[in-house]
Design a protein. Structure first.
Ligand SMILES: [Zn+2]
Ligand SMILES: [Zn+2]
Length: 218
C-alpha cells in the first residue's frame, strides 16, 4: 500500500495545494485548497479520489481561499484544521481578500480544529499532526511516517523559511518549530512546501541559510 499525492499550484500566488490519497482505497484529503476550486474538483474527479476532508495548514488566504467552495463542489466535505490559534486569520478573511486583491472570501470556521499529536486517517493511511507556530500561531504540519513525507505549508521552503512579520508571527518561534519539531523526523524526510519546489530536511540542514546546522569554524 502506499500514499500517493499530486501537487497543484493554485491562485496568482502559485500556492501548492496537494491532493493526497491511499492507493488501496482511493480515499484521500485535499491540503490547502487556496483557490481555483473548479479546476481542483475536475482533477480530483479525473484522479478518482474519494475526498473525505479538506485539511488546512494555516489561516492565510492563499492557502484557504477555495476551501468552502471546494467543500460544496465535492458535495459537502469536512473542513479540518488549522490549530485554533489561527482563528483570527480565518475570521479576518474578508480583510485579507482586500489586502491581497483576491475575490471576496467570507470568514468561516472549520468543522474541527487540529492539535499537536492528532492523527488524520484516510483509507489505510495516517498522517500525524504537528503544531509548528512561528509563521502563524496556529500553523500545523502533516507528516506521513510510512511515506517519510511532510506537508509543511509556509513553515519551511526549499532554501528559505516562512515570513514572520505578520501579526502574531515570531522568528525565534519559527526557528524553534523547524529545529525542534521537524528535524527530529529525520534527514531523509521529503517535504512539500506551501510555495515552490520540494526538498528534504537533510538538504535544508545542509544549505538553508536560515536553519542550516552550524558550520565548523576552520
Ligand atoms: Zn502563509
Ligand atoms: Zn503562503
Amino acid at each position: 500500500m502506499s500514499l500517493k499525492y499530486q501537487v497543484v499550484p493554485v491562485t496568482s500566488f502559485s500556492q501548492n495545494c496537494s491532493i493526497v490519497w491511499c492507493d488501496e482505497t482511493m480515499k484521500g484529503i485535499v491540503i490547502d485548497p487556496g483557490g481555483d476550486e473548479k479546476q481542483l474538483a475536475m482533477l480530483i474527479k479525473e484522479l478518482g479520489v474519494d475526498v473525505e476532508s479538506l485539511v488546512l495548514t494555516h489561516g492565510h488566504l492563499d492557502h484557504v481561499g477555495g476551501t468552502e467552495a471546494l467543500a460544496r463542489l465535492l458535495g459537502g466535505k469536512a473542513i479540518v484544521g488549522p490549530h485554533k490559534e489561527d482563528n483570527f486569520w480565518l475570521q479576518g478573511l474578508e480583510g485579507q481578500s482586500q489586502m491581497f486583491g483576491f475575490p471576496l472570501t467570507e470568514a468561516f470556521e472549520p468543522d474541527q480544529w487540529l492539535n499537536d499529536g492528532d492523527v488524520i486517517t484516510f483509507g489505510n493511511q495516517t498522517m500525524d499532526v504537528i503544531h509548528t507556530p512561528g509563521h502563524t500561531p496556529g500553523h500545523v504540519v502533516l507528516f506521513s511516517k510510512e511515506a517519510q513525507l511532510a506537508f509543511v505549508g509556509d513553515v519551511l521552503f526549499n532554501g528559505a523559511i516562512g515570513r514572520t512579520d505578520f501579526p502574531k508571527g515570531d522568528f525565534n518561534t519559527l526557528i524553534s518549530s523547524i529545529k525542534n519539531k521537524l528535524w527530529p523526523l529525520g534527514n531523509d524526510v521529503r517535504f512539500v512546501p506551501g510555495h515552490g519546489p520540494e526538498s528534504t530536511f537533510g538538504r535544508e540542514r545542509g544549505s538553508n541559510p536560515f536553519v542550516a546546522d552550524e558550520m565548523p569554524l576552520y
